[in-house]
Design a binder for this molecule. Structure first.
Ligand code: SF4
Ligand code: SF4
Length: 387
């Protein structure tokens, strides 16, 4: 039922643009809280959507290092842009979440301890890009795949319905083809849409799961013809040729291990503000901290989990001080973890090539440029000579 980079399910269906409203309604009717892209404050962000009217229409997003702006398109494309500042991390692992609340005993009442309950409705993700699906799979591995399960993540992830939208318009900072994560989704979705604009504006829809097939069967669709399938494949073929950036991924863990002392890290640290924007925008970064809050009036206490960043000097504070005191050591920690030691830890790269860290870095630091510069000045002579 799922497709790889040059195949598509032959039992795909075709949904007209007006049918998107039926999809949103069918998901709400099935008991989901539907979250999708919407235009707000000059950006395409993720929020609860009540109907297809909330989706972007006729806009695209121009993305370059430290640059993002919306522009009008000459058509009515709904997904004529790549990724926005928000990733699905914000839904599955919110930036600030209460873990528990405790109250002291009162007049005849015993002390109480309540863990935060699960969300009232499971999440329906509308419009996850292929790189986003890979990012969710990475976070699943981190939070659910080890000895200790992250309870809040598990509750939000449980039963989540994923509607993927294959990419037709990569951003200027995208490099999913280099990372093997796009622009066509190959697995991990309930429904996979490809928006076709040539000729009739339509969506070619593939079911990736049984429940995806059930939702699809309730929508006003027609069977996809061979021309529809070819048109859908042509959309992602064209996107793959228009990637904004590329990255040589060969032996990145080895390259980074051998180049801890590469002078490039000092150069980039002179620009890096250690603001942490890159980690907050990144769909796979998962560092958090906890805050305990006490109410002096009633004696209650709460524990909150909040996003944190390895760019903060406090993040590596261990008895007596921080072990990464310089901006260089913190940038190097982030880059080598994301592209190197993550592989040892979790079996995949920590990067899915979405480009968010490049777009949202206020000084335009570009991971593809930094890694290429390190490769060009590789300190390990044998590997450098082998090229
Ligand atoms: S490191 Fe950058 S390009 Fe890679 S997944 Fe994170 S934000 Fe996207
Ligand atoms: S690389 Fe850019 S976004 Fe990341 S901490 Fe440095 S200045 Fe901030």
């Amino acid at each position: 039922m799922v497709s790889d980079s040059r195949t598509i399910a032959t039992d795909a269906r075709v949904l007209g643009p007006e049918g998107l409203d039926s999809l949103v309604a069918a998901l709400w009717d099935a008991g989901f809280r539907v979250v999708g892209p919407t235009v707000r404050d000059g950006a395409i962000v993720l929020d609860e959507i009540a109907s297809a009217d909330d989706l972007p229409r006729g806009v695209t997003a121009v993305q370059e290092p430290a640059e993002y702006r919306l522009e009008s398109r000459e058509d009515e494309a709904v997904f004529g842009w790549a990724v926005g500042p928000h990733s699905w991390k914000g839904q599955l692992m919110p930036s600030r979440v209460r873990l528990w609340r405790a109250s002291p005993p009162g007049n005849g009442t015993p002390p109480s301890f309540e863990e935060e309950p699960p969300p009232a409705k499971p999440l329906a993700v509308l419009g996850a890009r292929p790189c986003d699906l890979h990012a969710i799979a990475i976070q699943d591995r981190v939070f659910l795949g080890g000895a200790y399960v992250e309870r809040d993540y598990a509750q939000r992830r449980d039963g989540a319905f994923l509607v993927a939208v294959n990419c037709g318009v990569p951003g200027g900072t995208c490099f999913c083809t280099s990372m093997g994560t796009g622009p066509r989704a190959d697995a991990g979705f309930d429904l996979g849409l490809t928006e076709v604009l040539d000729g009739e504006h339509r969506f070619v829809v593939e079911a990736g799961s049984e429940r995806g097939g059930e939702i699809l069967s309730a929508l006003p669709t027609r069977p996809a013809t061979g021309d529809d399938l070819e048109a859908a494949l042509a959309v992602t073929d064209a996107a793959a040729r228009r990637m904004g950036r590329e990255l040589d991924t060969s032996d990145l863990p080895g390259l980074l291990t051998a180049n801890r002392d590469n002078p490039r890290f000092r150069e980039v640290a002179e620009r890096c503000l250690t603001c942490g924007n890159c980690t907050l925008a990144c769909p796979t970064c998962f560092c958090t901290s906890v805050e305990d809050v006490n109410d002096l009036a009633d004696g209650s206490a709460e524990r909150w989990r909040v996003w944190d960043t390895c760019f903060s000097i406090d993040y590596s504070y261990i008895h007596g001080g921080s072990v990464r005191r310089s901006p260089m050591s913190r940038y190097r920690q982030w880059l080598t973890h994301k592209f190197g030691t993550w592989v040892d830890q979790f079996g995949t790269s920590g990067c899915v090539g979405c480009g968010r860290c490049i777009t949202w870095c206020p000084v335009g630091i570009d991971v593809t440029e930094e890694l290429a510069a390190i490769r060009a000045t590789d300190l390990e002579v044998d590997r450098a000579h082998a090229r």
